[in-house]
Design a protein around this ligand. Structure first.
Ligand code: ZN
Length: 166
């Protein structure tokens, strides 16, 4: 498989994980992330911020934690992180700390409600990519439409009590 087909296939698995764990209702924040290395799945996880009362339990951080446990090392050097939604700055930095060299995401911030991002003006992921461009490649828009279906759209009227950052 070429890399584009490979990315599509992994993203399909991430979407399936999100739906299996959290359903397809945007109210449940079905975000999933996979850590993949040498063509194999190291770990996958979904967003658990609400369940754990933990603002850092984004899907990407959860996946990195599980991957670290799986390999017995905080570093998963050279791995790719797949995530169904454009990662926030926290998760992008966590990926760099974990030795991730490539991040591939599905829906981009312009395709979803602004509540999903911690900063309304600056794209932190772009900022970090620029700062760490020799260490990290970042690619978005993989299965973007399918991913975006899982989240509130830019113009959706999201209930106030669901507008916490994810
Ligand atoms: Zn995040």
């Amino acid at each position: 498989m070429n890399i584009a087909a490979t990315d599509e296939a992994w993203m399909a698995r991430a979407i399936a994980l999100a739906i299996r764990e959290k359903g397809d209702d945007p109210a449940n924040t079905p975000i999933a992330a996979l850590v993949v290395r040498h063509g194999g799945l190291v770990a996958g996880a979904v967003n658990r911020t609400a369940e754990r009362c933990d603002a850092t339990a984004h899907a990407e951080v959860e996946a990195l934690r599980a991957a670290g446990q799986a390999v017995g090392d905080m570093k998963i050097d050279g791995a790719t992180l797949y995530t169904t939604l454009q990662p926030c700055g926290m998760c992008t930095m966590a990926a760099i700390w974990a030795g991730i060299t490539r991040i591939v995401y599905g829906a981009g911030r312009d395709q979803v409600h602004k509540m999903y991002f911690e900063d309304r003006h600056l794209s932190t992921v772009d900022y970090i990519r620029d700062a760490f461009k020799d260490d990290l490649s970042l690619e978005g828009g993989i299965a973007a439409h399918d991913c975006a279906q899982l989240y509130y759209g830019p113009d959706d009227a999201v209930p106030e009590d669901q507008q916490a950052n994810t």
